[in-house]
Structures are given as C-alpha cells and as structure tokens.
Write a protein that binds this ligand. Structure first.
Ligand code: SAH
Length: 213
C-alpha cells in the first residue's frame, strides 16, 4: 500500500485534466489530488489508476471514471456535516471523496464480496463512513432518513420512490437514469410533495440491480 511522489504527480495531472473538463470546485479537486486512487484497484493494474477512465474491480463492477466522481460531487455541493446516503459503494473511491469533503456518509452495497472488501479497506487508509450497509439501495435507508443528499452511482432504470421520500426538504437526489446509457438527473425536494428535476447530460454506469447478491 505504497503512495509515492510519482503517484502524487499523476494525481496532480489528473486534477488539471478534470479542471480542463469543467470541474471548478476546489475542494473536489483537492480530494482528487489527495486520494490514492491506485490503492482502490488491483495492484497489477496500478498504471490505469490515474487515467480518466472507469476500470473493472471485483464482482463484474467498475470503479467510476474520475470525471464522473468529480461531477457528481461538485453537483451535490457537499458541505461539511452533510448527511449523505450513497448507493453503490463499489471500490469506495466516491465514498472517499465524500469523506474528504467532510460529509457524514452512509453507504450501501448489494454485492457481498465488494461490501466486505471495501468495508475492510477504507478504514485501513484512515477513512471512516458513519456506516457501511450490505443491502439493496432501491429501498434507501429508512431508519437514518432524512438525508441532505443522496447519490446513486449505478445506472437506475427508474427513480426509486423510496429515495425521493428519504430526502430532507431542500435535499438533493443525484441519480443516473436509463438502461443502456444514463442521463444524470438531479431532483431537489421543494416541499413534502414537490420535486424540481434537472437533466445534466449523458453518462455510462453499470446497472443498479435489485436485491442483495
Ligand atoms: N462509486 C463506485 C461505483 C461502483 S459501480 C466506485 O467508484 O467504485 C456501482 C456499484 O453499485 C457496484 O458496486 C454495484 O454492485 C452497486 N449496486 C448496483 N445496484 C445496487 C443496489 N440496488 N444497491 C446497492 N448497490 C448497488
């Protein structure tokens, strides 16, 4: 688990690239410069860690593209102490960015292998979400609701009603919606029954699946 000056240099380059692609939240860029993404993927593929690409991890899943992670984090305008529900822990890289932004993170993963791996790994590098949950993100996390923000990092065929219902008034749900490719969609809860919806462009994610595995 080494992090060298060379890794740091590659991270600085990646942050510069993301800035050129339109990421301007300095706290998000600082997270990209700080978090050792190479430790989140298999060490034999370390050379891929600082390219702006998604990459396979365990259980047929992928670590999201750095641009996507930065875009979702920037869009949600994460503030210290924000109570956040993350659906799709995966490698934990997006979780790490949220923690760097000092949010309180509850993160759910449906693949047991990944859940176990990431719940063991993140604390080893000093990162502690409020809770790791092995479960089905379609249901959200009712016992901890309401949340300031909910981030979904898998492609959802539809918008789960449970997630909208678990937002605070003024809270935001950011979810990629679609089957083959997804439209990044932001919902802001205006009142008990009103949500404002904004579409923020095309992205590609692995599918959000039902039930645990
Ligand atoms: N942000 C993660 C993305 C991982 S890919 C990263 O950068 O590593 C999406 C993850 O969502 C996968 O790990 C997948 O198993 C998980 N997932 C898919 N459907 C889910 C569901 N219903 N509930 C919780 N996790 C889910």
């Amino acid at each position: 688990m080494k992090d060298t000056a060379k890794h740091q240099g590659l991270r600085n380059q990646l942050a510069t690239l993301l800035e050129a692609k339109g990421i301007d939240d300095q706290n998000v860029l600082s997270a990209i410069r700080k978090i050792p993404r190479h430790l989140f993927i298999d060490s034999s593929f370390e050379s891929h860690a600082y390219q702006d690409k998604a990459f396979p991890i365990a259980a047929d899943q992928t670590i999201s593209q750095p641009y996507t992670v930065a875009f979702q984090s920037q869009t949600l305008a994460i503030k210290p102490k924000d109570k956040i529900l993350e659906i799709g822990t995966g490698s934990g890289y997006q979780t790490a960015v949220l923690l760097h932004l000092k949010a309180e993170v509850y993160t759910i993963e449906r693949q047991h292998e990944l859940f176990k791996k990431t719940a063991t790994f993140l604390p080893k590098i000093g990162l502690k979400p409020k809770r790791f949950i092995f479960g089905d993100g379609y249901k959200g996390l009712k016992e901890q609701a309401p949340f300031d923000k909910i981030i979904v990092t898998a492609g959802a065929p539809l918008v789960p009603k449970a997630l909208l219902a678990q937002l605070k008034i003024g809270g935001m749900l950011l979810i990629p919606v679609g089957q083959k490719s997804q439209i990044m969609t932001l919902f802001v809860r205006k009142s008990q029954n009103e949500f404002e919806k904004q579409e923020l462009g095309d992205f590609a994610f692995v599918p959000m699946l039902e039930e645990k595995n």
